[in-house]
Design a protein around this ligand. Structure first.
Ligand code: DC
Length: 228
């Protein structure tokens, strides 16, 4: 395991399918950091909306978000919503379709950001999502913005769906990703954007391991973060 200073915050942002989750999880494993999948938290809240048949801006949904407990286990692989394992449910097409609408509600974001900052305050962390480098951890030690072409990102998502035996076409996934990009980048609150001090990585022609190695090299070569 590489050595880095005892408390470090690494924040990664980027659009759907840019490889953030897989990359962040592997970096977390290699560096011994806690992995925070912020998108999973918005997805869990979307499950609440779907189950309760609640509109995204309803006061009932906000109350449920305030009252709910979201926990991660197994280095971010398992997410518990009020102690129930919803790891599979949060990846269904129904949640994919609604999550951007839930994530644009400022009061819901406010609650989730508080939760993320609390987790970040507890120790070294690598966190990824849409506003981690800009809003949640603006003073992160390292910031990365991962990107890739829409077609490449759709192909990656399609492979994920195939593994889960979800029937969907590449065209449908591409349309869904373009739609989500548009919503994530143009929403009024905390839109997806590249932080001025983020390192931009185009992952279109890169393997996961190449991106992981690049990030670890940047984090490790920085003298100020190396353990003396
Ligand atoms: O990364 P993902 O596909 O699991 O994210 C799901 C949705 O949640 C996506 O539409 C954007 C939103 N999101 C957000 O608004 N802010 C974050 N920090 C993470 C995700």
């Amino acid at each position: 395991m590489k050595k880095i200073r005892s408390q470090v915050t690494i924040a990664i942002d980027g659009p759907a399918g840019s490889g953030k989750s897989t990359v962040a999880r592997r970096v977390a494993e290699k560096l011994g950091l806690l992995y925070l999948d912020s998108g999973a938290m918005y997805r869990a809240v979307t499950v609440l909306a779907i189950r309760g048949e609640l509109t995204t801006d309803s006061p009932e949904l906000l109350e449920q978000v305030k009252a709910c407990h979201i926990q991660f286990k197994d280095n971010g692989k398992t997410i518990l919503l009020n102690a129930e394992d919803v790891s599979h449910q949060i990846r269904t097409p129904a949640v994919n379709r609604r999550v951007a609408d839930v994530a644009k509600i400022p009061e819901i974001r406010h609650e989730i950001v508080k939760h993320q900052q609390r987790i970040g305050g507890e120790g070294s962390i690598i966190a990824e999502g849409r506003d981690l480098t800009t809003i949640v951890f603006p003073n992160a030690d390292f910031k990365f913005y991962l990107d890739a072409s829409v077609t490449e990102r759709a192909k990656r998502r399609l492979a994920e769906f195939r593994r889960q035996n979800v029937e969907i076409t590449l065209a449908a996934v591409e349309a869904e990703i373009s739609d989500r990009d548009e919503k994530d980048k143009t929403r009024a609150h905390s839109p997806l954007r590249t932080a001025d001090d983020a390192i931009v990585v185009d992952t279109t022609d890169k393997t996961i391991n190449e991106v992981v190695d690049f990030i670890i090299a940047r984090v490790s070569e920085d003298k100020s973060t190396s353990e003396k």
